[in-house]
Design a protein around this ligand. Sequence first.
Ligand code: CUA
Length: 179
Amino acid sequence: MSAILPPAERLWWKHPLDRVEGTWIVIALVWCLVMFAMMVGWHIWGKQNLSTETYKTTPDQYLQKAQAVVDKYTVRTETEGKIPVVAPPPGADVYLVARLWSFWPIIELEKGKTYRLHLTSMDYNHGFSLQPANINIQIVPGYEHVVTVTPNQSGTYSVVCNEYCGIGHHQMVGRVYVK
Ligand code: CUA
């Protein structure tokens, strides 16, 4: 029997299962179960897959809350686009708005302090990839994701969109400062 000729018996599923084939099916099944258990394990022991709270929202509702926080805690603006740099007090809610093709505003946090970071998208699916910490979260329109974060290292972090979102995807970057 060869792979390029049709099988002698047309109803191939009536052939008895070969031992090698059976072994591979068992190996694949066991590995699937290990991976399935790891999804839970990574949430407990992993540092990249954060557990998030998720609420339904609309772009208008979310923008109102984000604007209120920006109005209250903006400390300066940066770049030609005059992007506000928002430095909320420890424990506060911080809002990040993702849209084609930018993140708004710039966020400034204090090391060792805990914040509630809210994320949503105004239009399509975007990604929140915090580099070089390598934290990854999906940003889904219509849903407000809340991540409780405690930055443990100071520095300048880049927020990169890691979900392909069209022609400007590669330009969709944001910034987080940790002091
Ligand atoms: Cu937003 Cu890619």
